[in-house]
Design a protein around this ligand. Structure first.
Ligand SMILES: NC(=O)c1ccc[n+]([C@@H]2O[C@H](COP(=O)([O-])OP(=O)(O)OC[C@H]3O[C@@H](n4cnc5c(N)ncnc54)[C@H](OP(=O)(O)O)[C@@H]3O)[C@@H](O)[C@H]2O)c1
Length: 321
C-alpha cells in the first residue's frame, strides 16, 4: 500500500510517498481503508522532532520509515475475530497512529460510525481537533451556559470546533484571530470576533469566564487581566513551545486561574457525542483545503505557515478497497 514515510527531521520535504506493507490486525482490531485523513498541529512536532522527547517515539536519532498522521475517516475492510459490533463495509471515523496511509489498523475504543451527513473528507477533519475542543471546554473548563468564553486561535482546527461547541453549551463566544480570518470565525457562529492585529484584547475592558488558549503567544499574566474574578485560562498550546508548557504546568497547582494542560483522550464515547452533534447540525467541520496523499508535504507547509482556515484534509483518492 502507499503511505507517507518520514526518514529525517526538519522539513516537510522529508515526507515521501512510499510503498509499504499493508498492516495486519489482531483479534480485537479492525482494518480500515482510509479515505481521508487530516493534518494537526501535532504533526509539526513529529516532523521537526521537537520537543526533543518526541524523538523517542518517532525515531532516534532519526526516524526510520515513520508514518505520521492520526485522524481517519474510512471503511472497514476486515474485522478481528472478537469483534461483533461492526462489520465490513461500515463507514467510520476516529484516531490511530500512522494515518497517512491507504490502510490502518484501528482499535474499536478509538472510532465511531461516521456522521451520516458528512463526507469522508469532512469526517476526517473531526477526530483530534474536535475531541480536543470538546474535552478542554467541558472537562478542562467545566463550561456552563451563559458564560463569556474567549477562544484564541479561533480560526484553526481546534478553535473552529471550539467556537461551535462552546455555543452548544450556551456560552457567549468571542473568537480571536488575524484580520483575514475574521469573517470565517463570524460565519461559524462566534457572537463577537476580535482581530488581534487591530486590537489588544488584554488591554480591553472585556472580561471572560473562560479563555481557551490555542495559540500560546500571550503571557498568562496578560490574559489574567481579562478574567472575571473566578475566571480561568485553559492552556492548550503546542504553538507556544516548551516554555509555555512548562509555565502552564508550573503555575496550575498554585492558582485556580490556570487549568491543567492535558493531551486529548481519544475515545469512542466522545467520538459518538461528536457524531450526534454533527448529525444534529449543531457543529460542522470547516474544511479549508483538500490535498492528495502525495501532496502531504504541501499540506504540512500550509499548516506551518498558519494559513489554514479550519482544517486541512489529506485525501487518499479512492473509496475502493
Ligand atoms: N491538548 C491536545 O491534545 C491538543 C490536540 C491538538 C492540538 N493541540 C494544540 O492546540 C493548538 C491549536 O491546534 P490547531 O490544530 O487548531 O492549530 P492550527 O490549525 O494551526 O490553528 C491555530 C490558529 O492559531 C494561529 N496560529 C497559527 N500558527 C501559530 C503560531 N505559530 N503561533 C500562534 N498562533 C498561530 C492561526 O490563526 P490566525 O491566523 O488567526 O492567527 C491558526 O489558525 C495548537 O497549539 C496545538 O498544539 C492540543
Amino acid at each position: 500500500m502507499k503511505a507517507i514515510v518520514q526518514n529525517d527531521y526538519g522539513s516537510p520535504d522529508a515526507l515521501k510517498v512510499k510503498e509499504v506493507r499493508k498492516p495486519r490486525i489482531k483479534e480485537n482490531e479492525v482494518l480500515v481503508k482510509v479515505i481521508a485523513s487530516s493534518v494537526n498541529a501535532g504533526d509539526l512536532f513529529s516532523l521537526n522532532g521537537t520537543p526533543f522527547m518526541v524523538r523517542f517515539s518517532v525515531g532516534f536519532p532519526k526516524p526510520k520509515d515513520f508514518i505520521p498522521g492520526w485522524d481517519v475517516a474510512g471503511k472497514i475492510v476486515e474485522v478481528g475475530r472478537n469483534i461483533t459490533e461492526i462489520k465490513v463495509g461500515d463507514e467510520i471515523f476516529g484516531s490511530t497512529e500512522s494515518a497517512f496511509a491507504e490502510y490502518v489498523v484501528m482499535d474499536m475504543e478509538k472510532l465511531a460510525r461516521k456522521p451520516s451527513n458528512l463526507s469522508f473528507e469532512e469526517a476526517a477533519a473531526v477526530p483530534t481537533a474536535a475531541i480536543t475542543a470538546l474535552q478542554r471546554l467541558r472537562d478542562g473548563g467545566n463550561i456552563k451556559k451563559g458564560q463569556k468564553v474567549l477562544i484564541t486561535g479561533a480560526s484553526g482546527g481546534v478553535g473552529s470546533f471550539a467556537v461551535q461547541i462552546a455555543k452548544t453549551f450556551g456560552a457567549e463566544v468571542t473568537g480571536l484571530c488575524s484580520t483575514g480570518k475574521v469573517e470565517m470565525v463570524r460565519s461559524i457562529g462566534a457572537d463577537h470576533v476580535i482581530d488581534y492585529q487591530k486590537d489588544d484584547f488584554t488591554r480591553s475592558d472585556l472580561r471572560f469566564d473562560l479563555i481557551l488558549d490555542n495559540t500560546g503567544n500571550r503571557s498568562f499574566s496578560d490574559m489574567k487581566r481579562v478574567l472575571t474574578s473566578d475566571g480561568m485560562i485553559i492552556p492548550n498550546s503546542g504553538h507556544g513551545g516548551m516554555s509555555y508548557v512548562i509555565k502552564a504546568f508550573a503555575l496550575a497547582p498554585f492558582t485556580k486561574k490556570i487549568g491543567v494542560m492535558k493531551i486529548a483522550n481519544l475515545n469512542n464515547k466522545d467520538f459518538n457525542i461528536l457524531r450526534v452533534m454533527m448529525e444534529s447540525g449543531d457543529i460542522k467541520p470547516v474544511v479549508d483545503k483538500i490535498f492528495p496523499l502525495q501532496e502531504t508535504p504541501d499540506a504540512i507547509k500550509y499548516l506551518e505557515d498558519g494559513l489554514a482556515r479550519g482544517k486541512i484534509v489529506i485525501s487518499m483518492g479512492s473509496e475502493e478497497s
